[in-house]
Design a binder for this molecule. Structure first.
Ligand SMILES: C[S@@+](CC[C@H](N)C(=O)[O-])C[C@H]1O[C@@H](n2cnc3c(N)ncnc32)[C@H](O)[C@@H]1O
Ligand SMILES: [Zn+2]
Length: 395
């Protein structure tokens, strides 16, 4: 991790959201980077510490849950020659979590960096061309200050690197450790691109930090789509560019039906505080699965600019104060209504956690209740494309 990341992302503690973070170097890497270390919150009464592993800061709120579920991925050997690794993996069943996660990792790598299948080359280029076009027309460098981008749900980081080419710097966040590590490896040479493990539901950055925010194909593969969209809108500066693409390919494996943002709802939410600059109803997003298969999703792709005065309203409501509960000043704590236990299980499913490190249920934190319910009406449930799309699951 480059220590300047703390400043240009205006990073805050993922636990109290009030404190800044201080880096403690364990093992230094090349050029002032931190290979392994700790980020510690400076807020009195918090002091939360989160690790930097393999250069990747892991800035999740609930470290115990994350460590107990992703530990196996973080510690997985990567030093074996491919042929020996393949021998080790060969006996695993197709639905084994390692096989699924490796397959998805390979898919995102191929989608972000690989040459497209010749037959699909035309379609494959359109998604990136839309993004390049929107960035070229509506974002860029500004004299006198740094421009910064956020790629939420970055997977292997190809679009984070694109952001970093158009702006001064960009950060990609994702909950899958191995995807984030792959992103850092793939994009290590890209100037200005950085990666960390963090939850897009509550990204650990101050409000109005970013000039551009990408939410690419993430809303329908996350546990709490409204909360993710709300948080990302909040991270964006006034006048900043939000690019949302989604095939609305929801699945109850990742999110509860009541939490799905329909196509009209998405456009309505954007219209409140954003000026829509570009809107493509059906843009092909191609995800290579293997040498003889590509999945094509027809995504709605919108580029929109945040209006002045936006930000007061929110998809979510503020938390209810509960006597006796320690609250931190900037923590909005806006979990959608409903059963927080169910919510947590959904979230665990979304990052493929259930099979690993299952822990007993703990009572929900009472401050995090309450939300106005939105009328539903959504796009189709995830269709039978097989499991090419993810995304995240080791289920
Ligand atoms: C379908 S993939 C899209 C990847 C990339 N944006 C693209 O368009 O190729 C969705 C990604 O979002 C990540 N994701 C889902 N929920 C997330 C959350 N709450 N916070 C951060 N990442 C999340 C998944 O791990 C996955 O890598
Ligand atoms: Zn803190």
């Amino acid at each position: 991790m480059d220590p300047t990341l703390l400043e240009w992302t205006r990073m805050v503690c993922p636990v109290c959201r009030a404190g800044g973070l201080r880096a403690e170097v364990g093992v230094a890497g090349a050029g002032g980077e931190i290979r392994h270390g700790v980020l510690r919150c400076g807020h009195a009464g918090c002091g939360a510490a989160r690790p930097i592993i393999d250069g990747i800061p892991i800035l999740v709120e609930d470290w115990v849950e994350y460590a107990s579920s992703e530990r196996w991925m973080i510690l997985r050997r990567r030093d074996l020659p491919a042929a020996i690794g393949a021998m080790l993996d060969a006996p695993l069943a197709d639905d084994h979590a390692e096989v699924i996660r490796r397959r998805h990792l390979a898919s995102y790598r191929a989608s972000h960096f690989g040459p497209p299948a010749p037959e699909a080359a035309g379609l494959s280029g359109e998604f990136a061309a839309f993004l390049e076009g929107a960035l070229g027309r509506f974002a860029g460098r500004v004299p006198g200050r740094q421009t910064v981008g956020l790629d939420a749900g970055c997977a292997t980081g190809g679009y984070t690197a694109m952001l970093a080419r158009h702006l001064d710097c960009a950060v990609g966040i994702d909950l899958h450790f191995e995807r984030v590590r792959a992103a850092a490896e793939e994009c290590g040479a890209a100037p200005g691109a950085a990666f960390l493990v963090a939850n897009a539901e509550d990204p650990p950055f101050e409000a109005e930090t970013f000039d551009v925010v990408f939410a690419l194909n993430v809303l329908d593969s996350t546990a709490l789509p409204r909360r993710v969209l709300d948080s990302l809108m909040r991270c964006l500066r006034v006048g900043g560019l939000l690019v949302v693409t989604t095939p609305f390919d929801y699945s109850t494996m990742y999110s509860a039906r009541k939490d799905w943002i329909s196509e009209p709802e998405l456009m309505g939410l954007l219209a409140r505080d954003f000026e829509v600059l570009e809107d493509r109803a059906r843009l092909p997003w191609v995800l290579p699965i293997h040498g003889r298969r590509c999945d094509v999703f027809w995504v709605r792709a919108v580029a929109a600019r945040k209006r002045a005065g936006a930000g007061g309203r929110s998809v979510m409501v503020e938390p209810i104060a509960v006597p006796g509960l320690v609250t931190f000043p900037q923590h909005r704590g806006c979990l959608p209504a409903g059963d927080a236990r169910h919510d947590k299980q959904d979230r665990r499913r979304a990052v493929g956690l259930l099979r690993f490190g299952r822990r007993g249920w703990r009572p929900p934190r009472p401050a995090q209740q309450a939300e106005t319910r939105q009328a539903q009406g959504n796009g189709g449930e995830r269709s039978g494309f097989g499991n090419g799309r993810d995304p995240g699951s080791g289920e």
